[in-house]
Design a protein around this ligand. Sequence first.
Ligand code: SAM
Length: 275
Amino acid sequence: MEMWVKESQIGDAVMTYKVKETLVRKKTKYQDLAIVDTYALGRMLLLDGIVQTTINDEYVYHEMITHIPLFTHPNPKKVLVVGGGDGGTIREILKHTSVEKAVLCEIDEDVIKECKKYLPEISCALDDPRCEIFIGDGIKYVHEHKNEFDVVIVDSTDPFGAAEGLFGGSFYKEIFNCLTEDGIFVAQTETPFYLPNQVKQIYDDAKEAFPITKIFMAAIPTYPSGYWSFTIGSKKHDPENADLSKVPNLNTRYYTKKLHKASFVLPKYVEDLLK
Ligand code: SAM
């Protein structure tokens, strides 16, 4: 019998993937968690039926959400990841030798546990001594830590359930206060193709909190439309004009210095949306 995963993140559009094997399926305290092995994309993490990451394309998302802010900041030492329980963002952060400490604040410890077991290629750096794992709500964590992090990365699920409060003006203002004086914030912020209003709202909210606010894009095959936005808010350093002359080779597969700048070049419909 053929088994297929059907993901309908965007109302009337559906993506389907042929499944080789279901590795784990459970209800956690917060969500329905599944890790399945697929023919097209290898092992895949789904939360509440939404694809979070896959072995075959995870590098695009994790490299872009990490290296754009970390190579924009001249000396990132302390980094916070809100969400990100699969560990891919931590793996990329710890490639930066300037980083002394990377805190992962994930609400659902089962995500970490199952990703360590079934997605070791992604979660491999979670036991690194520079990584500190905190199980709890990112909203509360950010509120309780002021002027502490050089970079805050919001690597969250979509804006529903526990992640709802991770999008929006009041949270972005809290992040501003959680950052050091030249700190940088970045978040995954959905697809402008299917969700233009949501992307615009996030951008406007971030703009109220940060003097420099920009959107950059990446081509992520498993996310709806394949074309995904990230919103970056910065107190001082402009990510588009970052000095990349000393960027070392981190053996990336998607991020390059040229792409760093190019990812801020937006198609006309996105430019118009942000006006
Ligand atoms: N790359 C992914 C994507 O965009 O689909 C996100 C991956 S990561 C698995 C997202 C994580 O955010 C989930 O493990 C979820 O439990 C966590 N999360 C959701 N709301 C949270 C909150 N309020 N505080 C901390 N973590 C949260």
